[in-house]
Each structure stands twice: as structure tokens, then as C-alpha cells.
Design a binder for this molecule. Structure first.
Ligand code: SF4
Ligand code: SF4
Length: 178
């Protein structure tokens, strides 16, 4: 299994429900967030517009955050999800520096780093990640990228899936539909 996600930015309402759902589900501290909804300039003159772009950890297949972690606290699980064991995190923040997507934050209270986990605690019980389930516009579709029949794979194949910052060569597993 290779868990990943597609994101249909054209459907996003910029309502922020995914942000609230993630914070509540994962008890993210006040002032911090595991996901975001960015506004990006898109298009070329004279057709310049704004693209609403939900994001989170890209669960990269070539993850620099895992490579630079000196203790092995950052790791990849059997389903390709990039996770972090807080018990082994010494708070050096090398992983934060290495991430091209600014997807990690340092929790001052615990002295450890935190980020999106694809809600693996929910996925283990055959539930969708909180952001996927909550979104009223069904912007995110989550599933097994190794299953060609899974909606996530079919959407990526049919509509094309672009990754953010391809020049970073991190091979993200979140794809943005065109
Ligand atoms: S998005 Fe950042 S934190 Fe997530 S796997 Fe990639 S490099 Fe690591
Ligand atoms: S919940 Fe869905 S529609 Fe609302 S901001 Fe998040 S991705 Fe966009």
C-alpha cells in the first residue's frame, strides 16, 4: 500500500473546515497548524488570478526530513506515510529546516516537532483523515496510490496530478489536479 492524496483546488471554498477538523482531531496547540489553505497567484498576464491551495505534509517518497533526522524519530511506515515518534525527537529541528513545504512546526510545550500524519490512527480503523471527511466540497481524495482502481489513483490518472515544488525532487504523494 502507498497512501496518498489528490487535491482539487478548483473546488475549495476557503472555508477552513479542514483546518478546524485537523486541530480538533489531533489536539494541535493553539497558534499552530498541521495543514493550511494558501492563496497563490496563478496564470499569466492578463489572465492572472488567485488559486486557493489547501496543503499539509506531502508524505514525500524521497523525504529529506527523514534523512536528516539524527535519531530516527522521523521515519516512513509500511504504507509510505512519513511519521514522527515524539519519544525519539530531541528537538534539534533539522527536519523543519530540510522541509521545502514548511510542513512541520516545533511545539514549545513538548520540545518536539509535529506535523500531519494522514490521521493514521483513523486510517487503521478504515476511516478517512479528518480533513478529508470534513471538507464540504470534497476537495481531498485519499487512498492507495498502488491500487489503480482506487478513486485517488483514477483521478490522478484522468485529470493529471502535479506536485508542489517538483524542483525539490522530494517526490510528494499529494497531487494537485489540473
Ligand atoms: S513535506 Fe516536508 S515534512 Fe512532509 S515528508 Fe516532505 S519533507 Fe518531510
Ligand atoms: S474544508 Fe475543503 S473547501 Fe473548506 S477550506 Fe478546506 S479544502 Fe477548502
Amino acid at each position: 500500500m502507498r497512501l496518498g492524496m489528490v487535491v482539487d483546488t478548483q473546488r475549495c471554498l476557503h472555508c477552513g473546515a479542514c483546518l478546524v477538523a485537523c486541530k480538533a482531531e489531533n489536539e494541535v496547540p493553539t497558534g499552530r497548524s498541521r495543514n493550511w489553505v494558501a492563496e497563490r497567484e496563478a496564470g499569466t498576464f492578463p489572465g492572472i488570478g488567485v488559486r486557493i491551495e489547501p496543503g499539509q505534509c506531502m508524505h514525500c517518497e524521497n523525504a529529506p526530513c527523514v534523512r536528516v533526522c539524527p535519531t530516527g524519530a522521523s521515519y516512513v511506515d509500511a504504507d509510505g506515510v512519513v511519521l514522527l515518534n515524539p519519544d525519539d525527537c530531541i528537538g534539534c529541528r533539522y527536519c523543519i529546516e530540510s522541509c521545502p513545504y514548511d510542513a512541520r512546526y516545533f511545539d514549545e510545550d513538548s520540545g518536539t516537532v509535529d506535523k500531519c500524519t494522514f490521521c493514521v490512527h483513523r486510517v487503521a480503523h478504515r476511516q478517512q483523515p479528518a480533513c478529508v471527511l470534513t471538507c464540504p466540497a470534497k476537495v481531498r481524495v485519499f487512498g492507495d496510490l498502488d491500487d489503480a482502481q482506487a478513486p485517488v489513483s483514477r483521478l490522478a490518472a484522468e485529470r493529471g496530478g502535479a506536485v508542489l515544488k517538483p524542483e525539490a525532487a522530494t517526490r510528494p504523494k499529494i497531487f494537485y489536479l489540473s
